[in-house]
Design a protein around this ligand. Structure first.
Ligand SMILES: *[C@@H]1O[C@H](CO)[C@@H](O)[C@H](O)[C@H]1NC(C)=O
Ligand SMILES: *[C@@H]1O[C@H](CO)[C@@H](O)[C@H](O)[C@H]1NC(C)=O
Ligand SMILES: *[C@@H]1O[C@H](CO)[C@@H](O)[C@H](O)[C@H]1NC(C)=O
Ligand SMILES: *[C@@H]1O[C@H](CO)[C@@H](O)[C@H](O)[C@H]1NC(C)=O
Ligand SMILES: *[C@@H]1O[C@H](CO)[C@@H](O)[C@H](O)[C@H]1NC(C)=O
Ligand SMILES: *[C@@H]1O[C@H](CO)[C@@H](O)[C@H](O)[C@H]1NC(C)=O
Ligand SMILES: *[C@@H]1O[C@H](CO)[C@@H](O)[C@H](O)[C@H]1NC(C)=O
Length: 443
């Protein structure tokens, strides 16, 4: 229902006159549609329609930085904080005063928990290793909050605790990126069977039989009711219509089936859309030629988050809920459509990159709305991955969304980099370390 078809690509040349923000939105939408293997060729073919405009100057809050730094494998951690052993099974110190989301990325010589060889659940656009990414330094970091450690994800313990339980990840393709990471961490213990999926593999469900554990991803990029107008080829004939006072039934109708919910709003809110409230059009964001009131994106985002929180508070079902915050992108030297890249090979240090205004704005709204939540029996926690993700410009697929993009015998036009989704293995594996910690250790 809310899916955006690949036919969108065909409209791009027409839309090029409409200004760069439109491109960003279209690009984001296409990226977030998820680029699964069977679509990949459609995807790259579609770029043939494009002629890119010149790179634009983007003021993005980035501090000046020498081009490329050597990988420091032995970055000293904050020595004022006692180091704690990270082996599994060890109890970690009380974390009363530790903010899990304030910290730094430190060297992790032991590397990722899985590889492209050991996990077959990595989708091609995320499989940077297999796609020929030459540098590997980005794999050797772990997130270290000031004042405590986050233990590595413990698949045995997780699966043990999740017997007869079910999880749903609800949102856009960043959630799909996340679920792949989670499955890859779990396959050591048990390989799941996919038991259901929608036509386009956007909503999927897996079952870990011997643990009777169900893991689902529910495609709902706006979380609210949204309509697109597409024909059978997925060609959109009109702007998205987003209802700011009605949640998306796709997830609310299944909500009661899940013991754990991981949910997030995201980049789809930046897209061109007509907004409805109370069955009336109240305005539009970046619509052209429609004579509708322009509404800035923060209004619908806040409205929908309020509605989601209200649903959590009033629903009789009280699952354990994690709200994951905004994911920043890291396009540099241009936007996605003008040759923007993300070819850094080491994380930023704290303060080196402050994020773009729009990212700050959206993240700020999430924090404010979270503060305002009336808990009312719901077990709701913030998975505030924004800040730590901001520091990882090195973790995106970039050109390695495609198979060996620089091989001479791969006849392919230049395709935009993906500086929004993440390589797997990669930085977002640490999101699961944090999930584990929030679910098991923190009261
Ligand atoms: C995994 O990546 C390595 C490079 O890091 C490559 O040599 C190997 O062929 C890849 N394996 C698969 C199954 O793609
Ligand atoms: C070390 O950690 C403390 C908090 O425990 C923090 O205030 C300080 O900024 C950190 N120093 C560095 C260099 O990261
Ligand atoms: C899981 O469910 C089965 C069947 O209802 C039950 O026999 C078993 O004790 C349950 N296990 C746990 C850990 O709850
Ligand atoms: C699996 O878990 C569900 C609850 O999620 C329970 O109803 C069912 O009985 C369990 N099945 C088995 C075979 O344990
Ligand atoms: C919705 O519209 C109806 C009828 O126009 C009105 O009575 C009601 O107060 C409106 N509700 C909100 C929330 O605006
Ligand atoms: C735009 O809408 C306003 C009020 O709804 C109306 O007065 C005006 O004539 C419209 N302009 C065009 C070009 O349709
Ligand atoms: C990164 O990309 C920019 C822009 O394309 C280029 O100028 C720079 O040399 C690249 N850096 C590396 C390390 O490849």
């Amino acid at each position: 229902m809310v899916e955006m078809g690949w036919g969108e690509w065909d409209r791009w040349p027409l839309l090029q006159r409409r200004g760069s923000h439109v491109f960003l939105k279209l690009f984001v939408s296409v990226l977030l549609v998820g680029i699964s293997f069977r679509f990949f060729f459609v995807f790259s073919e579609s770029f043939a329609f494009l002629t890119f405009s010149q790179p634009t100057d983007v003021s993005d809050g980035r501090a000046p930085l020498p081009d490329s730094q050597p990988i420091e494998k032995d970055v000293a951690s904050n020595t004022s904080v006692p180091e704690i052993a990270l082996e599994d099974g060890i109890e970690y110190p009380q974390k009363d005063k530790c903010d899990l989301f304030m910290g730094e990325w430190i060297s992790n010589p032991s590397g990722p928990a899985y590889t492209n060889e050991s996990c077959s659940f990595i989708e091609p656009p995320q499989n940077c290793m297999k796609n020929g990414r030459p540098d590997t330094g980005y794999l050797y970091w772990r997130w270290k909050p000031y004042g405590c450690n986050v233990p590595r994800f413990d698949a045995e313990r997780f699966m043990d605790a999740m017997r007869n339980k079910s999880w749903a990840l609800i949102g856009d393709s960043i959630l799909r990126n996340h679920v792949q990471s989670l499955i890859c961490l779990l396959v050591k213990v048990e390989v799941p069977v996919e038991v259901a999926h929608d036509e386009q593999y956007k909503s999927r469900r897996w079952h870990f039989r011997s643990h009777n554990f169900t893991l689902a991803i529910i495609w709902s990029p706006f979380l609210a009711k949204a309509e697109t107008f597409e024909n059978e080829d997925g060609i959109s004939s009109s702007d998205i219509e987003l209802h700011l006072d009605v949640l998306d039934e796709k997830w609310t109708s299944q909500y009661h089936n899940f013991d754990y919910i991981l949910i997030s709003g995201g980049q789809w809110f930046l897209k061109t859309a007509i907004y409805w409230e109370n069955n009336t059009i109240i305005g539009c964001h970046s619509c052209q030629g429609k004579n509708l009131t322009e509404i800035p994106v923060e209004y619908p985002f806040r409205k929908v988050l309020q509605l989601v929180h209200q649903f959590f508070a009033t629903s009789k079902h009280k699952p354990f809920i994690l709200y994951r915050t905004w994911t920043p992108d890291h396009f540099e030297n241009g936007e996605w459509f003008s040759g923007g890249t993300c070819n850094r090979t080491v994380p930023y240090k704290e303060g080196e990159f402050l994020g773009r205004d729009i990212d700050h704005l959206m993240h700020g709204i999430e924090l404010e709305e979270f503060e305002n939540v009336v808990v009312n029996g719901a077990r709701l926690k913030l998975l505030d991955t924004y800040g730590l993700s901001l520091l990882r410009p090195d973790g995106h697929s970039g050109p390695y969304r495609a198979f060996h993009p620089f091989d001479k015998n791969m006849k392919r036009l230049t395709i935009p980099n993906d500086c929004l989704h993440w390589c797997l293995p990669g930085p977002i594996d640490s999101w699961n370390d944090l999930v584990m910690d929030l679910v098991f250790n923190q009261s």
